[in-house]
Design a protein around this ligand. Structure first.
Ligand code: PLP
Length: 499
């Protein structure tokens, strides 16, 4: 009798090998032609549903190879390709090919990295990845951390570590109302929306956020921060945490982190930095003094799926004192008995909110090994240089107004020659024009920037976290902007004449 149960899910090794090889060939072909494909086809949900097909769950299964080949076509034809050299939207990196292979390998092991006993090697790989990320950005190598799904989750995990560490009562048992006092969180007006989610989900409420104004370089105004903290203390509120930005999502601004660190030390406040975008740039030997000051924080959120080019999802919460994560998350339920033996193992379920955890560490670990510090310095440096070249090229055009260039983000807008900037009606017109221009740029299939708003002005924003972008791609942008800008301007004026 053969030891084989007839389970439809358990395909034969021959079938696995053949389907796998063919799939890898398909992916390689797609990657080789990606430059010539449209970034997106801007299809509507109903067009997508039509391609996908509707209907109920299939009663019978399908053959593996055919299914994979059909699905590869479906995905390559109807996805937005953020691996395209012209993709510069949001902060959304092109994913490393190694990541695809890593995920295949990780799923083959199917490690549950919630507990050491279930994932001995994977757990140590995750610890090593976290330590390497800390080293790369100049964070203490004996700090602690955990991989999570992305920047938001990394920030949320750090937020909870800080909340536990600095609330003067037992917040995990007494809850947020503990003393009838109000906990306060400070961050610049440019902070990403995760902070509202954190204040809301963890019971502080969004009114507990003190929005600190920014200076004309969009960095936190330190004098205002000091005033707010002192005023809160006078009123009996509890300053819990200051959140600094290492690369704001809008323009890549880096807050004066060294000065914020001093304020936090003085007042015994948790200092967290959102480095989801910009912390990676601390790897550069010529990083700014403020990026180098990351080492002065209590916690940092890093986002490997951004500027480390790891395919989604991978975030990383780093905490200077690793005990702070255990203090914030650890429980010892009776149904887990993992603590035998001499060497206490790391059980990641005690360091964050998740219980069962996937092996996302493998793609991070493999990429750090494949690329190394020098490789990251080269690629991040190239992205920054290309962004500066883009800014320069845009600046040279009389009908393009440039706004900011920070890290690898450039912001600009199209301004027709006869439109006077600064007047209310013309500013309204420029906002309308550039909103439509952005849609047309994205629909062109050639490039895909996104937008930001700076002092009320709608600006187009290109963020290069893309190892496929070349100088030629960047230098071709101004002409495309002006060409489509003129068309939009013509269309809008014609519409206005008709009204
Ligand atoms: C992208 C980003 C986030 C959110 O990260 P996700 O990976 O999208 O969850 C938070 N803060 C900043 C500054 C970011 O750039």
């Amino acid at each position: 009798m053969t030891q084989h149960r007839n389970a439809p899910i358990d395909i034969s090794p021959e079938e696995f090998r053949s389907a796998g090889h063919q799939l890898v060939d398909r992916i390689a072909e797609h990657l080789s032609e990606i430059r010539g494909l449209p970034v997106t086809r801007s299809e509507s949900p109903s067009q997508i549903r039509k391609a996908l097909g509707t209907g109920s769950v299939p009663a019978k299964g399908s053959p593996t190879n055919e299914l994979l080949q059909d699905t590869a076509s479906l995905l390559f034809d109807h996805s937005l390709l953020n691996g395209h050299p012209g993709f510069w939207g949001y902060i959304n990196a092109s994913g490393a090919p190694m990541g695809a292979l890593a995920d295949l390998l990780a799923a083959s092991v199917n490690a549950n990295v919630g507990a050491y006993a279930l994932s001995p090697l994977a757990t140590e790989m995750e610890k090593q990845s976290v330590q390497w990320i800390a080293e790369l950005i100049g964070y203490p190598s004996d700090s602690g951390g955990i991989l999570v799904s992305g920047g938001n989750m990394a920030n949320l995990v750090c937020f909870l570590a800080g909340r536990k560490a600095k609330t003067p009562w037992e917040i995990r048992t007494k809850g947020i109302g503990g003393d009838g006092k109000t906990l306060r969180v400070y961050c610049s007006s440019e902070t990403h929306t995760w902070v509202q989610k954190a204040a809301d989900m963890f019971g502080l409420g969004t009114d507990s956020i003190v929005w600190i104004p920014v200076d004309n370089t969009l960095r936190m105004d330190i004098a205002a921060l000091r005033r707010e903290i002192e005023s809160d203390k006078k009123q009996g509120n509890i300053p819990l945490m200051v959140i600094g930005a290492a690369g704001t999502v809008g323009t890549g601004a880096v807050d004066p982190l060294r000065e914020i660190a001093a304020v936090c030390r003085e007042h015994n406040i948790w200092f967290h930095v959102d480095g989801a975008y910009g912390a990676a740039a601390a790897v550069m030997p010529d990083a700014s003094e403020d990026l180098k000051a990351l080492s002065l924080t209590d916690s940092v959120a890093v986002d490997p799926h951004k500027w480390f080019y790891v395919p989604f999802e991978a975030g990383c919460a780093l905490v200077r004192n690793k005990q702070a994560l255990l203090d914030a998350f650890s429980y010892h339920p009776v149904y887990y008995k993992f603590h035998d033996g001499e060497e206490p193992p790391t059980n990641f379920y005690e360091y964050g909110p998740q219980n069962s955890r996937g092996f996302r560490a493998l793609k991070v670990w493999l990429l750090l090994r494949q690329i190394g510090r020098e490789g990251y310095i080269q690629m991040i440096g190239d992205d920054i240089r290309l962004s500066k070249e883009m800014y320069r090229a845009l600046q040279q055009h009389p009908e393009i107004q440039t706004f900011t260039q920070g890290l690898s983000i450039t912001t600009f807008r199209y301004v027709p020659q006869d439109v006077q900037r600064g007047e209310k009606t013309s500013e309204e017109y420029l906002n309308k024009l550039n909103t439509e221009l952005l849609t047309r740029l994205q629909a062109s299939g050639k490039v895909y920037p996104s937008n930001s708003v700076i002092n009320g002005a709608f600006v187009i924003r290109a963020c290069i976290v893309n190892f496929r972008t070349t100088l030629e791609d960047v230098l071709a942008l101004p002409e495309l902007v002006v060409k489509l800008g003129k068309l939009v301007d013509g269309d809008l004026r014609e519409k206005e004449l008709k009204v």
